[in-house]
Design a protein around this ligand. Sequence first.
Ligand code: SAM
Length: 293
Amino acid sequence: MQPSFGERPQNPRSVLLTEVAQATQRLADAGVPSPRTDAEELAAFVHGVKRGQLHTVRDADFDARYWEAVARREAREPLQHITGRAYFRYLELQVGPGVFVPRPETESVVGWAIDAVRAMDVVEPLIVDLCTGSGAIALALAQEVPRSRVHAVELSEDALKWTRKNMAGSRVDLRQGDALDAFRDLDGQVDLVISNPPYIPLTEWEYVAPEARDHDPEMALFSGEDGLDLIRGLERTAHRLLRPGGVVVVEHADTQGGQVPWIFTEERGWADAADHPDLNNRPRFATARKALP
Ligand SMILES: C[S@@+](CC[C@H](N)C(=O)[O-])C[C@H]1O[C@@H](n2cnc3c(N)ncnc32)[C@H](O)[C@@H]1O
């Protein structure tokens, strides 16, 4: 038998819920890929709470600045530029104009790298992140691989303004320079080289989402006609840096899974070249081991 609860009070209308629903519709109409999530994230940002705490915002506290934030997102400004923060694995990073916004697909690349380093059974693994941008990869590895010694390089001064903020107080050795020529002092000693370099083919410019094309730095996106110019160069850099048996992991576009592993050939001193999918099961990163002498 159902217990009787008596007359229930009417559920009061939530102002925020109504506004978030309207914002979701506007963002969907503008072609934003995840309109509800973004509408909620913007509401959380404007009201200074986490997304999971939106129920604590009282109607009287509704902040009209929400609509300014929604309008910016509607114009396809990246969510992370509006909020100034990007989440990557266990990190919250500061981002904005001048630096590449770290992407969720790169989290699987880092996951593979962590497993590879653990399998090496090295006490203080030496890791190099080439093209570090916001520092997402290097900081995640420093946080998640105990006793790792992590070094990172970035060429763009605009990006480095953000990298320095994110790395303040961390134990990552950050340097400014060209990845192709970086860390000559570490030649032949590194256990793992990781990179998410620019890799979009110039020929695909028109298909790139407006958030990336109009807001990520060009230097972070493109690398020659087929997108592979920098990866071809990084193959030599990784080989120079790694100790025999050390591994390289390089992110690439989902259209390049048939090409990138072939850059790491036996003739060039590599073994076990392979390609791996991301969480959406799209080809996403190549790995190889520096051959033993
Ligand atoms: C796709 S972004 C990736 C940033 C970061 N690793 C991440 O995963 O979020 C590529 C980065 O490489 C940097 N870059 C491009 N060419 C470079 C070079 N020759 N040497 C060092 N960094 C470079 C860009 O400025 C940009 O920050």
